[in-house]
Design a protein around this ligand. Sequence first.
Ligand SMILES: [Zn+2]
Length: 312
Amino acid sequence: MRILPTVVVVPMLAAAVQAQPPSAAPQPPPPLVKENATVKLSNHVYAIPDGNVPMVPNVGIIVGSRATMVVDTGLGPRNGQAILREVAKVSKNAELYVATTHFHPEHSLGGAAFPASAKFVRPKVQQQDMQELGKDIQNTFASRSPLNQELLKDVPYPRADILFDREQRIDLGGVHVRLFWRGPMHTRGDTLIFVEEDKVLFSGDVVMNRAFLAAGAASSINTWLATLDELAALGPTAVVPSHGAIGDASLIARDRDYLSAVRARVRELKAQGKSADDTAQTVVAEIQAKFPDWTAPMRIGAAARAAYAEAK
Ligand SMILES: [Zn+2]
């Protein structure tokens, strides 16, 4: 506890401050992908769970008879190397594909560790996100701690070997992966990745597990809801969000409940002539009460504002 000499400390407040234990805010664990933690989800699909550690993604490993695909690569090459060691335990394939659910550093910047022969596949819009927004967010992440700084120092965004508009299907040998892009949701370039034969969905931050979805100014809640319908229709047996516990199709239904509640209420309030600020304030309070056990309620406001911008 450091109190600047110029600050006048009210005695009662000082007592309250002193009463707090010195380690009231525990440091989160370092943003490192856990080794020897890989789990098998289905015939061809493995995951390295994030252990709920911030800035660590759930990593996917999809193994066919001919080729292997990695989904998300961790925060910088040190994490990418840890992922490659896990890949080697479950696959002997020399041919490697790398997909990223979105451009944010903990999903994409481990790519620098992958061999030159690996093929990076992503939608054109995700490539645009990397080019236009990548450097800024890399600097933001690097500024959060000395370790982040070290993990991200001078790391380039990975090259693209296969770029697609809306849809790309890749045959790994006995198992097919469908990657698709539908528009701006968590980011402009979100990529959904569905393993057809195994019915496993890697949902990025488009579907999460009892965490409010993170929207931004570019997000379309209409696109998001339509995409959730499309994802539900795929009938996935496992849904791997890019953060948080792995679940099933109920994750999609819950997120649909959340975003449709936001959209419906925003439409009503806008129709009554309420401003964007008033609408966001009302919706945050109501929605938080409706989903009391969900994390990151500070994200509701941005979803309400995105819905407001779209509401007729
Ligand atoms: Zn993200």
